[in-house]
Design a protein around this ligand. Structure first.
Ligand SMILES: NC(=O)C1=CN([C@@H]2O[C@H](COP(=O)(O)OP(=O)(O)OC[C@H]3O[C@@H](n4cnc5c(N)ncnc54)[C@H](O)[C@@H]3O)[C@@H](O)[C@H]2O)C=CC1
Ligand SMILES: C[C@@H](CO)CCC[C@@H](C)[C@H]1CC[C@H]2[C@@H]3[C@H](O)CC4=CC(=O)CC[C@]4(C)[C@H]3CC[C@]12C
Length: 380
């Protein structure tokens, strides 16, 4: 196929962690595309170089919360994959900003689909639209139909839930030209893989403590995690099949899953960090839960006191502690049944790729320099 004769996909948030994997995935595996519009607030110029004879990668700088920017980006496109979002559970940005980007931004995408006659929308939601809730109810091997006490208070899950609802309600509405809009929503559990910002933070933190990770969470609390390549693959398949079987996929939600093992958040991270000589100290939490909770509260207090001077947003706060301390794992085959999804990367490969990337943080020396580490491992 020559450039210009295929479909035009828009990937909002295409320069982010998931978005950039998705753009590469589309380039490699979706033969029906001639243009990928990468819409983002902060452009990653390196994606431009991915253009080839068949597909043009067009970088579009814009703000999802501005309707005009979104409309311009969607003009003449066939399908939108909407991953742009403010991912913040640490109070780095005000709640109003999270709502503006995640909810108003999604309203804008829907409005632009309507006005520009774009028929298909795949939305990146999150497991957080379901839970874990702050009551500590465990979601164990749940699926899309599992009953669960959904309770949202924090701005991020609240915004994702509102946005997902809007996306699903828009399925079947009339768009410009008289056709119908078809939408579906994918809910990843905690994504990991090359470029994962939080993993960089855990790596850096571990270097500061001499490659020792002090166990804070119970190893019995399992967290669903999914490899970024598989999340991207799932988006590609959903986008493809939404066009072929709109009545099956339209208005549906799908958890994103793969064969990554169910483990506690810390033990899962150790799958990669141990390859860099990191050791986890303790087979049980070293600090009692109530002390950790007090520490989390203290962090909130400090955040409040320092507000206006510096951005103090540590990893630990009462919400992240509640999430990390509540089991949330999915077991479902809905995506396989509806659109033939099977993970593209087996656990061993996902692990190997992630380890290679974590090791590259050390080769580049960036993290080592940041913490002034020479090469003394306290635990080896
Ligand atoms: N990281 C994770 O573990 C999970 C992420 N998700 C969802 O996956 C999606 C992608 O998340 P990540 O790649 O981790 O986040 P990310 O922060 O790496 O990517 C989000 C992208 O959206 C862009 N963006 C933010 N505000 C924007 C605006 N006003 N206009 C245009 N673009 C804007 C950012 O510049 C960034 O490139 C999000 O929708 C998130 O809610 C869902 C489950 C888990
Ligand atoms: C107490 C700490 C000791 O090391 C560990 C704290 C870990 C937490 C920061 C993470 C535990 C679970 C994570 C969340 C989960 O994966 C679900 C998510 C889905 C999203 O859509 C966005 C990210 C996140 C909220 C993710 C954030 C980090 C954790 C709370």
């Amino acid at each position: 196929m020559t450039a210009g004769s295929g479909q035009v996909y828009v990937v909002t948030g295409g320069c982010g962690f998931l978005g950039s994997h998705l753009v590469r995935m589309l380039l490699e595996h979706e033969k029906n595309i001639s243009e990928i519009r990468v819409f983002d607030l902060h452009l990653d110029e390196s994606l431009r170089t991915l253009s080839n004879d068949r597909v043009r990668v067009r970088l579009i700088s814009g703000d999802i919360s501005r309707l005009a920017d979104v409309q311009e980006a969607l003009h003449g496109s066939h399908l939108v994959i909407h991953t742009a979002s403010l991912v913040d559970v640490w109070g780095r940005v005000p709640a109003s900003k999270i709502t503006e980007v995640n909810v108003t931004g999604t309203e804008n995408v829907l409005q632009a689909c309507k006005e520009e006659g774009v028929q298909y929308l795949v939305y990146t939601s999150s497991m957080e639209v379901v839970g874990p809730n702050i009551h500590g109810d465990h979601f164990y091997r749940g699926n899309e139909d599992t009953e669960y006490r959904i309770y949202h208070k924090e701005p991020y899950p609240l915004s994702k839930a509102k946005a997902e609802k809007l996306v699903l309600e828009a399925n079947g509405i009339k768009i410009k030209g008289g056709k119908m809009l078809y939408t579906c929503s994918l809910r990843p559990t905690g994504i990991y893989g090359e470029g994962h910002e939080l993993m960089k933070q855990f790596h850096r933190q571990g270097l500061r403590t001499g490659r020792c990770v002090f166990r804070a969470l119970s190893p019995a609390i399992e967290h669903g995690r999914v490899y970024v390549g598989n999340v991207a693959w799932m988006h590609l398949l959903a986008a493809r099949q939404l066009q072929i079987h709109p009545s099956t996929l339209g208005g549906q939600v799908y958890f994103c899953y793969d064969s990554s093992p169910y483990k506690s958040y810390e033990d899962f991270n150790m799958e990669f960090l141990s390859a860099c000589g990191f050791k986890i100290i303790g087979s049980r939490p070293l600090v009692p839960y109530f002390l950790l909770y007090l520490l989390a509260l203290l962090n909130v207090l400090l955040q409040w006191v320092l507000h206006g001077f510096i951005t103090y947003a540590p990893i630990l706060n009462p919400y992240t502690l509640a999430v990390a301390s509540t089991t949330f794992t999915v077991q479902t085959d809905k995506a396989e049944k509806h659109f033939g999804y099977q993970p593209l990367y087996a656990w061993e490969e996902a692990k190997m790729r992630t380890i290679t990337w974590v090791k590259s943080l050390e080769v580049s020396g960036k993290d080592l320099k940041d913490v002034g580490e020479k090469s003394n491992y306290c635990c080896s």
